[in-house]
Ligand binder design. Structure first.
Ligand code: MD3
Ligand code: FE
Length: 213
């Protein structure tokens, strides 16, 4: 629907080769996305994973789709079951899949067909240390990330852990598509600042759509 009171149309910001930010692209779908996040979490609750090193992660996670990013004593892997409950993951909601496909297409990836969606929930102070996402089978497939709620400072580095990093603010409705060479860049999230988002409340959510297998 045309919204005469929304004068902020989405815009694109190239970030690096293969990576583009679609600023505010998910804003129209914000309420619908939040409803579906809460429905997924009602089935498979957010869970603070214990890392293989024995630390409780500050970010809470759940998943939807055929596969989810999960962990047990042996480490991390994509699994059809939520290892915290033994239940399958909920199906990927239509509004999730459609938005991810549209965003990928707008970034030039016409073949994207995600089978996994990781949902991260940040509370004040929660962070994600610099890491690479390389456990997916086909690294030619991009990752589409959707940010909702409180803003966060995203760190985006190079191909080695020690490379210089850039800091980018990711706000409610921002989508980033990571493909090509950028797919293997180190990245992380700095500790979340406390606040209240008018739609989402005291959290930041991030959806990452992936082709796991
Ligand atoms: C760059 N999530 O779940 S989204 C993750 O905001 C993750 O929750 C962050 O990193 C978050 O793995 C960052 C942006 C993002 C996602 C995946 C990427 C950046 C990426 C994969 C490759 C390169
Ligand atoms: Fe990541």
């Amino acid at each position: 629907m045309l919204d005469l009171f929304n004068d902020e149309a989405p815009w694109q910001e190239p970030l690096a080769e293969g990576a583009v930010i679609l600023r505010r692209r998910a804003r129209e779908q914000g309420a619908a996305l939040l409803t579906e996040i809460l429905a997924v979490a009602a089935q498979n609750p957010f869970y603070h994973r214990i890392t293989p090193g024995g630390h409780r992660m500050s970010v809470a996670m759940t998943n939807c789709g055929d596969f989810g990013w999960s962990s047990n004593a042996r480490g991390y892997r994509y699994s059809e079951e939520d290892e915290s409950s033994g239940h399958k993951w909920p199906a990927m909601p239509t509004v999730f899949r459609q938005l991810a496909l549209e965003a990928a297409r707008e970034a030039g990836f016409t073949q994207f067909n995600p089978d996994a969606c990781l949902i991260n929930r940040y509370e004040p102070g929660a962070k994600l240390s610099l890491h690479q996402d390389k456990d997916e089978k086909d690294l030619r497939q991009p990752i589409v990330s959707v940010s909702l709620g409180l803003p966060a400072v995203f760190q985006f580095g190079g191909f080695e852990r020690g490379d210089a990093t850039q800091r980018i603010l990711l706000e409610h409705g921002d989508i980033v598509v990571w493909g090509g060479p950028s797919r293997l860049r180190y990245h992380g999230i700095l500790p979340l600042k406390a606040g209240v988002h008018p739609l989402v409340g005291a959290y930041r959510y991030n959806l990452t759509f992936r082709r796991a297998f």
